[in-house]
Write a protein that binds this ligand. Structure first.
Ligand SMILES: Nc1ncnc2c1ncn2[C@@H]1O[C@H](COP(=O)(O)OP(=O)(O)OP(=O)(O)O)[C@@H](O)[C@H]1O
Length: 637
């Protein structure tokens, strides 16, 4: 009775309520109780980091199956079923109040029991949640973000996945894959073993227990036809659950991972690009700098430029990095833009890679010609690049013609025969007018905006500086312009010396026949280098071309020197022939662009023959796409 009164009171029922009313109000009261506990829980859920193994749906809470002891739920459902049946049975078995009274008397203790069990269950969940929220914190690392690479490297080096039994095996390439050593001598391995990290792992780090899980984010409904490390669609997410009160543990862990990453990647140059397939799949805002390549560190000495050029670039970049505070004080955005321009194969890209290695920076390279890169994508890409990185756009001119170029084309269309093009026919070069979905204003915004802030170096390369819009290369966007030229004699000689390091040669092999002189190997190589450079005409060949020639004589500097003059002649002839072919092609294109002669209709030439116009008196000449007349003339019929 006491218990019954207590429950009645706690349920907000008056002592004067009849038992029937108790039975009637009970479901409502239980609901209210549930709401009370749910409400408390939901408050907590709002401050809970995501991904903690429970689901919150709408405004209700449903613990995941198996999360909380299931026996309580079972007992509760049995009790409520029995109770419900008894109540309804009692109500409908007899219409007399006496019957109802008896039913209430029998059922009430069971109801109370059930309610108490449910209350207990809810309370336990509530305390359990609070305990967990107090004692752990979670951190999520998404693939594509630089922190993902830091953490996965730490997990790999700490052998967190050593119990993993599921691997994806691929052949070794320059693509970075975070594989684990499958044998005692991984250097001799020809394959890479990437754990698929299917099972959660428990890891003890610096005295803290950490639970590591890997999941894949939803692919946004994109068909799962492409593969990721785990062989499943979607962007991989590493979740760390650290059992601690102290938020500092997380930042210490991330910093340790970052330092480890820097240490491991220092011998390489890391180049991030966007993965095409994922670019499409996650073009809806999620950026994936996931195509990561490791390149061998390129020593600065291996870059052969005219005296002082390389030094001045490095000095400028170092000064920029060191003067962050000065920029902030002066209210100038801390960014610096470099444009390296000049003929192909003169060392523009090589300079950037060597510089990245020297400054310990990673390169984030975007191709404006990629079909999934538009203004929004570019802006998001640029702003997701971490501080102290190089943002690189190679061949920036290929994305769009300059305003001047467009005006020229416009004028040519106005004055030329293209005005006569029949409806629906495209100008031959119209497909090349826009090889990119990025607009000039979009690119300017990126260079001015957040993407270029925060200590990032922006590098662009081009073979045609005069094709670039003047707005693009004005100071503030491009601060330093460096011209690369075809090789001068001093570069040819330096390249020769680099090609033939003294340690590989005996003096006897550096002299023809027996005319060996008193000299060191170094002196002899230097002498040969001067002869070589003397035979290479100045600013006629790129460094890459000279390198290509020398590669044919890797161990034979004498032959390289002997053959260079005839190679120069052969190259000149080849170039002249190429130029002639190019001129002919241009002439044909111009003829085609000049439009039809007065006898042309819709691109078809009509030659009217004297006499009456019958099907036998005209011929249809079908121009080929290049503007040439098809030799197979179709006779009118
Ligand atoms: N100045 C140079 N010093 C050393 N190597 C060079 C130099 N120029 C070119 N090379 C060599 O030639 C090859 C191509 O060089 P690189 O890609 O840097 O030229 P680029 O100017 O960027 O060409 P492009 O304009 O076609 O991109 C590389 O293998 C590089 O080693």
């Amino acid at each position: 009775m006491t218990l019954s009164l207590f429950v009645s009171g706690s349920l907000g029922l008056s002592r004067h309520s009849s038992r029937a009313r108790v039975a009637g109000r009970l479901p409502y009261t239980i609901k209210r109780l549930s709401f009370f506990f749910f409400f408390n829980h939901q408050q907590q859920a709002q401050i809970t980091p995501e991904g903690q193994g429970r689901t919150y749906e709408g405004d209700g809470y449903s613990p995941n199956p198996g999360e909380f002891p299931g026996w309580m739920s079972t007992i509760w459902s049995i009790l409520t079923t029995i109770t419900g049946l008894s109540v309804f049975g009692s109500i409908f078995s007899g219409s007399q109040p006496q019957g109802l009274e008896n039913a209430g008397l029998k059922v009430l203790p069971m109801l109370i029991m059930g309610s108490m069990i449910e209350v207990g269950r809810r309370l336990s969940i509530w305390f359990f949640q609070r305990f967990k929220f107090q004692f752990y914190l979670t951190a999520r690392f998404s693939e594509g973000d630089p922190t993902y690479d830091w953490i996965i490297l730490l997990l790999t080096t700490e052998n967190v996945w050593k119990r993993c039994k599921d691997f994806k095996v691929t052949s070794k390439t320059s693509q970075r894959k975070w594989s684990v050593a499958a044998s005692p001598s991984p250097e001799t391995e020809h394959a890479e073993y990437v754990p698929t990290y299917g099972m959660p792992q428990l890891w003890r780090w610096n005295g803290y227990w950490i639970e590591v899980t890997r999941s894949n984010s939803p692919s946004g409904g994109f068909p799962p036809f492409f593969d990721v490390d785990g062989g499943r669609p979607g962007n991989s997410i590493i979740t760390l659950t650290i059992y601690t009160f102290d938020m500092g543990v997380l930042s210490k862990l991330v910093e340790t991972a970052r330092l480890k990453y820097l240490e491991v990647s220092r011998p390489h140059i890391i180049v991030h690009a966007m993965d095409t397939m994922r670019g499409i799949a996650y073009g809806n805002g999620t950026l994936i700098w996931n195509n990561v390549k490791k390149k061998a560190h390129r020593p600065l000495e291996s870059i052969i430029l005219e005296d002082g050029v390389l030094d001045s670039i490095i000095r400028d970049a170092r000064e920029f990095i060191a003067m962050e505070e000065w920029y902030a004080d002066a209210g100038i955005p801390h960014r610096r833009g470099y444009l390296l321009h000049g003929p192909p194969g003169t060392g523009k890209s090589s300079t950037i890679y060597a510089l990245a290695g020297e400054l310990g920076m990673e390169i984030y390279s975007v191709s404006l010609a990629a079909h999934f890169v538009d203004d929004n994508f570019l802006e998001a890409a640029a702003s997701s690049i971490p501080k102290n990185s190089i943002f690189l756009i190679e061949d920036i001119d290929c994305a769009f013609p300059s305003r001047e170029e467009l005006e020229k084309r416009e004028a040519s269309l106005q004055s030329g025969g293209m005005a006569y093009l029949p409806y629906g026919m495209k100008a031959p070069h119209s497909g090349r007018d826009r090889v990119s979905n990025v607009t000039l204003s979009g690119l300017l915004n990126v260079l001015d905006g957040v993407g270029s802030d925060e200590g990032k170096l922006f590098f662009a390369t081009t073979n045609y500086i005069d094709h670039l819009d003047s707005a693009l290369i004005r100071p503030g966007r491009i601060d330093v312009k460096v011209e690369y030229r075809l090789a001068v004699k001093q570069q040819a000689a330096a390249l020769f010396r680099r090609f033939y390091p003294t340690k590989h040669f005996e003096l006897s092999t550096l002299y023809p026949d027996e005319k060996i002189k008193e000299a060191t190997v170094q002196e002899r190589i230097a002498e040969l280098a001067e002869v070589f450079a003397g035979r290479v005409p100045e600013t006629e060949f790129s460094t890459a071309e000279l390198q290509g020639y020398l590669l044919g004589f890797k161990m034979d500097p004498l032959k390289a020197v002997d053959g260079v003059a005839s190679w120069v002649e052969r190259e000149r002839v080849r170039r002249a022939e190429k130029e002639q072919r190019e001129n002919e092609r241009k002439a044909k294109a111009t003829r085609a662009n000049q439009g039809p002669d007065p006898n042309m209709f819709g691109g078809l030439s009509l030659s009217v023959m004297p006499g009456p116009l019958t099907p036998d008196t005209f011929e249809v000449v079908v121009p080929t796409p290049s503007g040439e007349v098809d030799p197979d003339v179709a006779e009118g019929s």
